[in-house]
Design a protein around this ligand. Structure first.
Ligand code: BV8
Ligand code: ZN
Length: 254
């Protein structure tokens, strides 16, 4: 890390140490440290020739439910093999220590893999749903699917309806409770930390700006520059699994 990078981390440690109302937003870059493809890295083999933003739509599911179900089942099985990484662990510790110190902590995630839950994070706000839940488009029954690869594609409900992954597709509204919790937290926080997101998918991509407009200090930890890198108070270019543990353990030691 460059000299500038170290100064940035020291400044971020001070900001995190002083914060009382913390909001963290995570994206696929946090799960990348567990070996899961990000949205912008291409998939493997068969899936490398598909554009995720075109598959993650109601239109794609309507047009080819088998293809879209196969893609999500492939991702679900990849998630089943993935373990939470040091970045997930650091955010779980941060929540624990904030609550212990009487500080407010809210974790907003765009990720659909539930690795934050597996790492011990609680009350996670899943802005884009989860690929573990599968919902019938006809009767609405939703059940968790943690088993091996589906036996047949697309997945059918007992009522005969198609079952879709419980994720938010492009063009779909985010769950109202998730949006309300996010807006409330962002409107009142004094520190907003964005980790591992390209800050390109709305409305989550606008959260850093909104937090800043409400007077929060803002920090970004990301492998590459993003559209918010110039907006935030401190932008740290690095891998989440390497930066987060040090940041958290220095700012809020045991
Ligand atoms: C909605 C679930 C309205 C499915 C996903 C305003 C302006 C422009 C466009 C819009 C707008 N408002 C709405 C839109 C349209 C659209 C949108 O934003 N499009 C973009 C492409 C321009 N938004 C929507 O459609 C949203 N809906 O607004 O609805 C509405 C209202 C009422 C009624 C009806 C409709 C819904 C968006 C949700 C889409 N679903 N996921 C699934 O997962 O399959 S989004 C998908 O992208 C994932 O959730 C993913 O998390 C998300 C964002 O990507 P990132 O997480 O940032 O991942 P990405 O790969 O992009 O980047 C990874 C980053 O990590 C990189 O920067 C990389 O450098 C970094 N990185 C990599 N490795 C590491 C790392 N960093 C640290 N360490 C590492 N090791
Ligand atoms: Zn049904």
């Amino acid at each position: 890390m460059s000299e500038r990078g170290h100064n940035r981390i020291d400044e971020a440690v001070r900001m995190l140490r002083d914060a009382q109302l913390i909001v963290v937003l995570t994206g696929a870059g946090v799960s990348a440290e567990s070996g899961l493809d990000t949205f912008r890295d291409s998939g493997e083999g068969l899936w490398s020739k598909y554009d995720p933003t075109r598959l993650a739509t109601p239109e794609a599911f309507q047009a080819d439910p088998e293809l879209v179900t196969r893609w999500y089942d492939w991702r679900r099985l990849r998630c089943a093999e993935a373990e939470p990484n040091a970045g997930h662990g650091a955010l779980a510790r941060l929540q624990e220590r904030c609550e212990h110190a009487g500080r407010e902590f809210t974790l907003l995630t765009q990720n659909v893999d539930r690795l934050h839950h597996a790492a011990g994070s609680r009350d996670v706000v899943e802005l884009h749903g989860t690929l573990w839940e599968w919902r019938c488009v006809r009767c609405g029954e939703s059940k968790e699917e943690r088993g091996p690869a589906f036996e047949g594609y697309p997945l059918r409900c007992a009522c005969g309806g198609l079952r879709r992954p419980g994720v938010v597709w492009f063009g779909e509204a985010l769950p109202s409770d998730a949006i309300e919790r996010a807006q409330q937290a962002i409107g009142s926080c004094d520190l907003f930390l964005s980790v591992g997101t390209s800050a390109m998918v709305y409305p989550a991509a606008g959260f850093a700006r909104t937090a800043r407009q409400h007077g929060a200090a803002t920090i970004e930890v990301n492998r590459d520059p993003t559209p918010i890198s110039a907006l935030v108070d401190v932008s740290i270019q690095g891998r989440s699994g390497e930066v987060l543990p040090g940041l958290v353990d220095r700012a809020l030691p045991e």
